[in-house]
Design a protein around this ligand. Structure first.
Ligand code: IMP
Ligand code: MG
Length: 169
C-alpha cells in the first residue's frame, strides 16, 4: 500500500514548536497542566508536544476506540480509564478530529469529572467531515476529508512509525 507524503516531518516539527509556544503562553502562571493523550494515534504528537511546552505537566493517556480496522467510524466510542482531573487544568491531545464523535464524547465525559479547565489540542483537523460538535482550541493542520496515516496514525495498525503524514491509496 503506497503512502504519498502530505505533511513532511519538518513541517510537523515546526508546527509542534509553534503550538508549544502558544500553549505555554496561554498557561503561563498555571501551577501544573495535565496533558492527556488519546492512544494510540496521539502517542507521537503528545511526546513531541510536551517537549516543546514550558509548563510543568503531568502526562496521562487514555484509550478511545471507534474505528476497528475499518476506514469508517463505527459510530460508538469507548473510553478506557478516566484519570483523576477534578480541579485540574486539562489539555486533551488528539491526533485528528474527523466526524468529531471521539472528541465530543471524551470532552462530555471529562467535564463530568470537574476539571478547572479543559482544552483540546489536535494535530489534524478535517472540518469538512464534521458530524458532531467538536472544536480544537489548538490544531496543527487543517486537511481535506481524505484518509491519512503516519506520525502515530494508522491504517489497520500500520504506518504509525512514519515521521511524516501521508495519504494511502
Ligand atoms: P472521529 O471520532 O470521527 O472524529 O475520529 C477520530 C479518530 O478516528 C481519530 O482519533 C483517528 O484515530 C481516527 N481517524 C479519523 N480519520 C482518520 C484517518 O484519516 N486516518 C486514520 N485514522 C483516522
Ligand atoms: Mg484516535
Amino acid at each position: 500500500m503506497p503512502v504519498s507524503e502530505l505533511i513532511s516531518a519538518q513541517r510537523i516539527q515546526r508546527r509542534v514548536g509553534e503550538l508549544g509556544s502558544l500553549i505555554t503562553a496561554d498557561y503561563a502562571g498555571v501551577g501544573k497542566l495535565v496533558v492527556i493523550g488519546v492512544l494510540k494515534g496521539a502517542f507521537m504528537f503528545t511526546a513531541d508536544l510536551v517537549r516543546s511546552l514550558q509548563v510543568p505537566c503531568s502526562i496521562e493517556f487514555i484509550r478511545a476506540t471507534s474505528y476497528g480496522n475499518e476506514m469508517q467510524s463505527s459510530g460508538e466510542v469507548t473510553i478506557t480509564h478516566q484519570p483523576d482531573i477534578a480541579g485540574q487544568e486539562v489539555l486533551l491531545v488528539e491526533d485528528l478530529i474527523d466526524t468529531g464523535l471521539t472528541v465530543n464524547t471524551i470532552v462530555e465525559e471529562f467535564w463530568k469529572l470537574g476539571p478547572a479547565s479543559l482544552k483540546v489540542c489536535a494535530l489534524l483537523d478535517k472540518p469538512s467531515a464534521r458530524k458532531y460538535p467538536a472544536e480544537a482550541d489548538y490544531f496543527g493542520f487543517e486537511i481535506p476529508d481524505t484518509f491519512v496515516v503516519g506520525y502515530g496514525i494508522d491504517h489497520a495498525e500500520r504506518f504509525r512509525e512514519l515521521p511524516f503524514i501521508g495519504t494511502v491509496d
